[in-house]
Design a protein around this ligand. Structure first.
Ligand code: NAP
Ligand code: MG
Length: 404
């Protein structure tokens, strides 16, 4: 078979531990034999981030901005324990995802990969639900304090013009805790635009929820900006037969549980944090959750939602063949190749990526799967539990048969 040619490079961000091992295996067995891969490679492995003073992360994000599509392997975010594990680290480097997000200024969309033999906990769900999480502000950028005597807390905004606005938060008659949070119109607007654009890409309805009955100014502003941005998208939505729907967060939660799925649910930062864990575990497993960061100017960065699977990596280092599920990482690659094909008008590339996804799902449907999934299948479903190498080989064999 002649390899599928690419015209624009894909930005490749390599990572750490078990996912780095899978990354190479996926490329060797599932991509290189079929695609003349054109990629601009950035090694975001922890030691290279350290060696480059984390410039490699910044450069990779700028490359993603330049070319429009990136695929990222999971990476270690160093903490105190990692500083001991890697004594050569000169700094407790920031999370690469946070660095990339701040450069691309995007929204994170998470979608579960679903198959029939693993039923979601919620019986009415027939199609995946995508969570779109706003990734800036609110309690994640809040300031807090604690007081231990009676008194009054006052919040003041001082404009550059010198004008001031002041409100009394509360008079306290004893010890109390306080928090002040914020968000920016510009960030809310990019969030809204990314959500509307993604709904158009996926041809799915968009839901957005907040608590604007209680938080009339703060959440009210989110609702207003979404409505303003929707006016730019309304015609496109009507043309595609999809809708935009705003509701209160508590109503949304109740409706999600009774729904059939098949839509995008845009959530404020905290709601998205909590609800994406709920959605992924109710659909099956974090190892089946794909994630894509979409920037308001149309850059896409695809990755798996899980981490570097450290526990498996240490078993791998001892010579064990682990049963780590590569699905979310394979789907990060197929998502990126599909998008590259779409942007460059290379239908052969997009078709190949779609076929690879289908072959992965067929392999699972035939009962060939890693241990994490085997534990979730319906009673009576016959499984052949394999390690990561066995799974990727089974997918490669099937892909070969489909293509030849
Ligand atoms: P994790 O790597 O997601 O793994 C947690 C556990 O979930 C694993 O021990 C494993 O359970 C199960 N699991 C996750 N992915 C799996 C897969 N593909 N196949 C089978 N089982 C899977 O989370 P973590 O252990 O909390 O974090 C490890 C490192 O990843 C940390 O250094 C963290 O900074 C980093 N991280 C990176 C990203 C990212 O780059 N996007 C995201 C999250 C975490 P069992 O051990 O029970 O089999
Ligand atoms: Mg969380």
């Amino acid at each position: 078979m002649q390899k599928i040619a690419m015209t624009t490079p894909l930005v490749e961000m390599d990572g750490d531990e078990m996912t780095r091992v899978l990354w190479q295996l996926i490329k060797d067995k599932l991509i290189f034999p079929y695609v003349g891969l054109k990629s601009e490679y950035y090694d975001l492995g922890l030691l290279n981030r350290n060696k480059t003073g984390d410039m490699v992360t910044v450069n990779s994000a700028n490359a993603a901005k330049k070319y429009g599509v990136a695929v990222k392997c999971a990476t270690i975010t160093p903490d105190r324990r990692r500083m001991e594990e890697y004594p050569e680290l000169t700094e407790m480097w920031k999370s690469p995802n946070a660095t990339i997000r701040s450069i691309l200024d995007g929204t994170v969309f998470r979608t579960p990969v679903t198959i029939d033999c693993i039923k979601p906990v919620v019986r009415t769900w027939e199609m995946p639900i995508t969570i779109a999480r706003h990734a800036y502000g609110d309690i994640y950028k809040a300031v807090e304090l604690r007081s231990d005597e009676p008194g009054e807390c006052i919040m003041t905004f001082r404009g550059e013009s010198g004008a001031e606005q002041t409100v009394s938060v509360q008079k306290a008659d004893g010890p109390a805790v306080w928090m002040s949070q914020h968000n920016m119109d510009s960030s809310i607007r990019s969030f809204a635009r990314s959500c509307f654009q993604y709904a158009v890409d996926l041809r799915q309805d968009l839901w957005f929820s907040s608590k604007d009955t209680i938080s009339k100014i703060y959440d009210g502003r989110f609702r207003e900006i979404f409505e303003e941005e929707y006016s730019d998208y309304r015609a496109r939505f009507e043309e595609l037969g999809i809708g935009y729907f705003y509701t209160l967060i508590d109503d949304a939660v109740a409706r999600v549980i009774r729904s059939k799925g098949g839509y995008i649910w845009a959530c404020k930062n905290y709601d998205g944090d909590v609800m994406s864990d709920m959605i992924s575990s109710a659909f099956g497993s974090l190892a089946m959750m794909t994630s894509v960061l979409v920037s308001p100017d149309g850059c896409y960065e695809f990755e798996a939602a899980h981490g570097t699977v450290t526990r498996h990596y240490y078993r791998y280092l001892k010579g064990e063949k682990t049963s780590t599920n590569p699905i979310a990482t394979i789907f990060a690659w197929t998502g990126a190749l599909k998008k590259r094909g779409e942007l460059d008008g290379l239908s052969g590339l997009s078709d190949f990526a779609a076929l690879l996804e289908k072959v992965c799902l067929d392999t699972l449907r035939n009962g060939v799967m890693t241990a994490d999934l085997a534990a979730l299948t319906e009673p009576g479903f016959e499984v052949d539990v394999v390690d990561s190498w066995g799974f990727i080989s089974a997918v490669a064999d099937k892909l070969d048969r489909e293509l030849n």
